[in-house]
Design a protein around this ligand. Sequence first.
Ligand code: B1M
Length: 215
Amino acid sequence: MDTLSSISEYLQQGRANNVRELVKQAIDEGIAAQDILEKGLLAGMGIIGGKFKNNEVFVPDVLIAARAMNAGTEILKPLLASGGVTAKGTVILGTVKGDLHDIGKNLVRMMMEGKGLEVIDLGVDVPSERFVEAAKENNAQIIACSALLTTTMPAMEEVVQKAKEAGIRDSVTIMVGGAPITDGFCDKIGADIYTPDASTAADRAVEACAARLNQ
Ligand code: B1M
């Protein structure tokens, strides 16, 4: 089995130490960090996701796979992050209220930091008003919300609403993303930018920060 397939396999088994070692090995073999992420780690997570949906594996299995995923991405972090020196803007990031999924959010943080943005990560299950308070406290250009559950998507609309109530809606760009989110949903709730993946989110965040800071 090649290194990327082994990473996927061990990730599915939740063997974080093996994943960590294999990611290091893949780097030593000269495999690009983006390929290790997509063809090794994310491929494994995709298979686990499918099995979870079909009731072939259960929450504890998914949880240990997620830990193995995080162990792998930690090693990749310095390679995915190209290392900007001066902050090109400030982003308040979090997974919305009621939602505990953080793997996608962590990737978004990694990619944004890699593009030189300062990211204040509020974690998971973040109350809507907390996004807004943090944006005010830090003079942030962007609020970025992640959601993985259809049941937690409405919390994103609440963030938009809270920003309006706090009088900061015009001074902050609200970005949304996560597997169930679409462009149409973004428009419907009055958010500004939807992106389907972490890398595009980072590119759009840099553009949005630049536009605001050069106003
Ligand atoms: Co959950 N879960 N889960 N889960 N889980 C899903 C999301 C689900 C689709 C599985 C399924 O049924 N097929 C399903 C949701 C169904 C729905 O709402 N329609 C589901 C469910 C039902 C649940 C529970 C309710 C299960 C239960 O308890 N019975 C429960 C809810 C807990 C809660 O949040 N309150 C639950 C729990 C869990 C675990 C804790 C076990 C674990 C999370 C561990 C963790 O995150 N630390 C977990 C996991 C791992 C998954 C799956 C298998 C994988 C999610 C993931 O990390 N994917 C998932 C099935 C699947 O997606 N195939 C599933 C990899 C990650 C990189 O992708 O987060 O989509 P993703 O991020 C992508 C993009 O979406 C985007 O960038 C990333 C790629 O570059 N992106 C953004 C994300 N955020 C962004 C923000 C942006 C821009 C892009 O801008 C701001």
